[in-house]
Design a protein around this ligand. Structure first.
Ligand SMILES: *Cc1c(COP(=O)(O)O)cnc(C)c1O
Length: 437
């Protein structure tokens, strides 16, 4: 058979050469073309600006075109754009590893870099499985190769990560037969401010899963306090404390996926600080570089790290993404951290939280099921996804970029967003409901 090819015509080319994520391309409206950005706003080709309520999937925490981050990349580019970490090293990677050890909870002393949040989670899971084979302090963990995840979890789109995303609600159910089977505990239901007693039922559900399957479970993984892409479920710090205790009891590695929650999103630098709980392994990405380049860090406590010691090369951690520790990404991450500390972002986040509460928590409409605010995150959850139809266009007409998904209309603004701009965002969210009949 001769190989035939169809070439895209000029009419279809601008729409279809570029395949967009999570999008039915056949029905896709002409996408907005972004040519630049400044602060919380993106600039369109037409010159119009749009206030970004999502800070580009939650990573552009300093907004667009931040002069210090841009010049950090430029200066590093002039010195060294990339070099591998196999057998050689460079200052930006060493300094970023040291900085992350300094700012994360005490005990997370070792940093393994990779290029995205999903890969950072893959690294964490692989590390946990190998640790269970090689640890010397227990002998009942050798055969443990399953993960325990939570319903409503989202940990990324690679195969290993899909397998630990919510198997029912997620967008991954199509791949069920392709993926390894893991265990899932019920999603926590008691909210952020729930009393200790109110969290007991959630904890009992987690304990039941561990009691039944711990001999197969290498690690428990969770997005601490905020299950983000799975529906912005906000839950109690007591649940994290219980997870820590249960993992110790059952010899299970505790992995916190702080890809979304890290760098201030829940009001503390890391969500686990709300509970004073230190996981065995923690994963950071999204805000790590201020969103300016893709990168991730998987941090491990020393008992994990030293389980890889030995004479045999195969007890080493056999993993190494090409772009791990990329100098540009590390340099901009270091600058991002400096700005975060020098400009006191945690205070800014506390103020944004205040504005979100004032503007949203008293709002109500029959279509709305719940409104939740945590740190610089707010969500309006509706009963039926259809009541969010038109919300994006409605916001766009008011100069705001919102990207609702499922039953969730949310904002995770850049931390440099002014209070007036934040009110413009919350009003674009609430006024959508007044357009419903
Ligand atoms: C976004 C996200 C990921 C995946 O990160 P990518 O960089 O998109 O691969 C993993 N975990 C959580 C909690 C996330 O929000």
């Amino acid at each position: 058979m001769p190989c035939t090819r169809t070439r895209l015509t000029p009419q279809t080319l601008p729409q279809q050469a570029l395949w967009h994520p999570y999008t039915q391309m056949q029905a896709m409206a002409a996408p907005l073309e972004i040519v630049g950005g400044a602060g919380p706003r993106m600039t369109l080709a037409s010159g119009e600006t749009l206030l970004d309520a999502t800070c580009s999937w939650w990573c552009m925490i300093h907004g667009y075109g931040h002069p210090r981050l841009v010049s950090a990349i430029q200066a590093q580019a002039a010195e060294l754009c990339h070099v591998m970490l196999g057998g050689i090293r460079h200052r930006p990677a060493v300094e970023l590893a040291e900085a992350l050890v300094r700012i994360t909870p005490a005990g997370l002393n070792h940093v393994f870099f990779s290029d995205s949040g999903s890969v950072g989670m893959e690294v964490a899971m692989k590390m946990a499985v190998q640790y269970q084979q090689q640890r010397k302090d227990r002998d009942d963990t050798k055969g443990r190769t399953r993960m325990l995840s939570l319903m409503k979890a989202y940990h990324g789109d690679t195969a290993g990560c899909m397998a630990v995303c919510d198997p029912e609600e997620g967008m991954h159910s199509l791949f069920a037969d392709f993926l390894p089977k893991h265990y899932f505990a019920p999603a926590p239901t008691a909210g952020f401010t729930a009393s200790r007693e109110a969290v007991e039922a959630d904890i009992a559900g987690l304990r039941a899963c561990l009691e039944a399957h711990h001999h197969e479970i290498a690690a428990l993984l969770m997005e601490p306090l905020l299950q983000a892409a799975g529906g912005l479920n906000m839950y109690s710090p007591f649940y994290l404390e219980a997870a820590r205790t249960l993992c110790d009891e059952f010899g299970v590695v505790l992995i916190f996926d702080e890809v979304a929650t890290g760098f201030g999103r829940t009001g503390k630098l890391f969500a686990c600080e709300h509970a004073s709980v230190t996981p065995d392994i923690m994963v950071l990405s999204k805000g790590l570089t201020g969103g300016y380049l893709g990168h991730a860090a998987t941090l491990a406590q020393s008992h994990i790290f030293h389980a890889f010691d030995g004479e045999d090369a195969n007890t080493a951690f056999m993993h190494g993404p090409t772009f791990m520790g990329n100098p540009l990404a590390c340099r901009v991450a270091l600058e991002s951290l400096k700005v975060f500390e020098e400009d006191n972002y945690l205070a800014k986040i506390a103020e944004l939280n205040q504005v979100l509460r004032e503007e949203l928590l008293d709002f109500s409409h029959p279509a709305i099921r719940d409104i939740r605010v945590l740190g610089a995150t707010a969500v309006i959850e509706v009963h039926d996804a259809r009541s969010l139809e038109g919300a994006q266009e409605h916001a766009r007409a008011q100069g705001v970029w919102l990207r609702p998904f499922g039953r969730w209309l949310y904002t995770m603004p850049a931390y440099i967003t002014s209070h007036d701009d934040l009110r413009q965002i919350t009003r674009a969210m609430t006024s959508h409901f007044t357009t419903l009949s």
